[in-house]
Write a new protein. Sequence first.
Length: 192
Amino acid sequence: MSGKLILASGSPRRRQLLSAAGLSFELAESGVEERRLPQEPARAYALRMAQTKALAVARHHPASIVLGADTVVECQAEILEKPVDAADARRMLTILAGRGHLVITAFAVARDSRLIETEAVESEVFFRPLSETEIGDYIVSGEPFDKAGAYGIQGIGGSFICRVDGPRDNVMGLPVAKVLAALERCGIARPS
């Protein structure tokens, strides 16, 4: 089984990670609204969103292989989504400061309106303590606003991290080695 690969995501980080892995692909945003169900656990939420995104795009692109993904940040039993404003970003960064948290990135591969592969990968990330000034300066940078948990490991937010247990690219939004293995099983050859 082979076919064209479509990334069902508007995330520049996912685009960058797939490109850096040497894959050629097209983009098609799913248009799926990210909304957590009441009491839905973080892992289940990430998996459901990745699967829903992949299936939404696969319906419009028969015979293509569609990759959907979703990243969820959980700290102290609270799911930290993308911040809605500066106050929300400050609240999230204050929660993360000096603590460990879980980053779950789920991915799903679909074709012909059915799921072929799906997996959730976890990384534990530890932040050093942050001052109010550091948090304020980071918010002013604009970096927190399109990222789950209000930070980006690949940008300024990476300086807040003292340790990552698990795949670092998973924290950016795509566990590349696992995704490449799944795509290979679906007929998308790994770049040589």
